[in-house]
Design a protein around this ligand. Structure first.
Ligand SMILES: *Cc1c(COP(=O)(O)O)cnc(C)c1O
Length: 427
């Protein structure tokens, strides 16, 4: 125990955690190991994971097939530079990604994180228009309550309030924001619902490179599920106004919403698409930006004749091997049945929350369950209560939400949802 306290002290004094104060005294838990859907804490306690480590660990922790593939890859090489060199894990992964993503996305740019995949998408759009002589097309249209990452370009298209744009106003490019789609998932999108997008396209379209959005599910910006019909209309408007459409599928990709990619709900294809998070099954950090032939050919023909990006760890072989293995596991599994089952259990399990006077809204889509409260969640008290109940759930703002690994069984799902129900009723 002495050792554990010492470790936690070092952590507290020297290490930042995501979006937290260095001097924070929020509780933090030391994980020893993880297996299946369970995190094992150093005090011996086991927690059922409701978060999939932020959407990524879709097959569960310590997966034998994933472990084996990485052990084999280690014997070949952990890393090699991608400039002037290539390797089979990147090539096979690329084939697989192109195979499972919609036509005509057929070129892949690898990077190390979702935020960078978004930066790359934005740079692709700008270079595309530059190559076509449209050098003024440098701004982006984006949705309020969106989240696209923490680097400056990605931040500039994320929600201005939750991203505190005012703080970075001297540095961030000013993008054009429209209200988040009001039409819920499953509902039609009325003329009224799409009016804001129509208006900015008419007013600002010619100075914009692209519309960027998270299709169907807005994630970290508010866990909001909106109409597929909105996407159909957005695609049509982008075509009419000659704008590129960028879909950020970093959270929604790889089956989470009930389709392999969320754009399939609307049966449309973006011009550029970002993937990440579940790409490697949560094993390593890898992301990718996909586009179509017309875009990369145009970029290649324009100034300066190359696409201007190239991360040091681009196409890391270990990460590519993990991604290839994870995608094979996914498409060979009965993931759709699993997601349908999770959706049903989440709906049933979270339904009692609808009656609580503290709850504003309950929404479930695919493997995502959200309870939106009327008041902000108190992180100091709620997280320890969840831990006491044997579950790992990390709310933010007014949102308590879960998106468990696809392999979770019904009993464990029940434990997750009843922990949420009793916490809301008892607090
Ligand atoms: C998480 C996320 C990102 C950023 O990915 P990182 O790997 O954290 O940089 C971007 N867009 C969406 C929709 C995300 O959910």
């Amino acid at each position: 125990m002495q050792d554990l306290n010492e470790l936690l002290n070092i952590d507290k004094n020297l290490i930042w955690h995501p979006y937290s104060a260095m001097s924070s005294d929020l509780p933090i838990y030391h994980v020893d190991s993880a297996n299946g859907v369970r995190l094992k804490l150093s005090n011996g306690q086991e927690l059922i994971d409701g978060m999939s480590s932020w959407w990524s660990v879709i097959h569960g922790y310590n997966h034998p097939a994933m472990n084996l593939a990485l052990e084999q890859q280690l014997k070949d090489m952990a890393h090699v530079m991608f400039g002037g060199l290539t390797h089979t894990p990147a090539i096979r992964l690329t084939e697989k990604i192109i195979d499972i993503t919609p036509e005509p996305l057929n070129a892949v740019f690898y990077s190390d994180s979702g935020s960078v995949a978004v930066e790359v998408a934005m740079k692709m759009a700008i270079q595309y228009w530059h190559a076509k002589g449209k050098t003024k097309r440098q701004r982006f249209i984006s949705l309020r309550s969106g989240y696209h990452g923490d680097t400056l370009g990605a931040m500039s298209v994320s929600d201005p309030e939750t991203g505190i744009h005012s703080l970075f106003s001297g540095m961030l490019p000013k993008q054009i924001f429209i209200e988040q789609p009001q039409c819920r998932f499953g509902e039609p999108c009325t003329d009224n619902n799409i009016a804001a997008l129509k208006k900015v396209l008419t007013e600002h379209g010619e100075h914009c490179a692209a519309l960027i959005m998270e299709p169907i599910v807005q994630g970290a910006g508010g866990m909001w599920f909106y109409s597929a019909d909105y996407l159909v209309k957005a695609r049509k408007l982008c075509d009419e106004h000659n704008l590129l459409l960028i879909f950020d599928e970093i959270a929604t990709g790889f089956g989470r919403t009930g389709k392999l990619f969320a754009c399939e709900h609307a049966d449309i294809v973006p011009d550029i698409m970002c993937i990440g998070k579940a790409l490697t099954g949560g094993y390593l950090s890898l992301a990718a930006t996909l586009t179509k032939q017309e875009i990369y050919m145009t970029i290649d023909r324009g100034e300066p004749g190359v696409f201007m990006h190239g991360p040091t760890f681009m196409g890391n072989p270990l990460a590519c091997r993990a991604a290839l293995t994870s995608i094979c596991l996914l498409v060979e599994s009965k993931w759709q049945e699993n997601i349908n089952r999770i959706q049903q259990y989440l709906e049933k399990g979270l339904a009692p929350c609808r009656n609580s006077p503290k709850v504003n809204d309950v929404r479930v889509l695919g493997g995502i369950g959200v309870v939106e409260l009327k008041e902000l969640v108190d992180m100091y008290t709620i997280v320890p209560k969840f831990v006491e109940a044997g579950v790992w759930i990390r709310p933010f703002g007014k949102l308590i939400y879960i998106m468990p690994p696809y392999i979770i069984d019904n009993d464990d799902l029940g434990t997750l949802t009843s922990a949420i129900v009793s916490l809301i009723n008892d607090s």
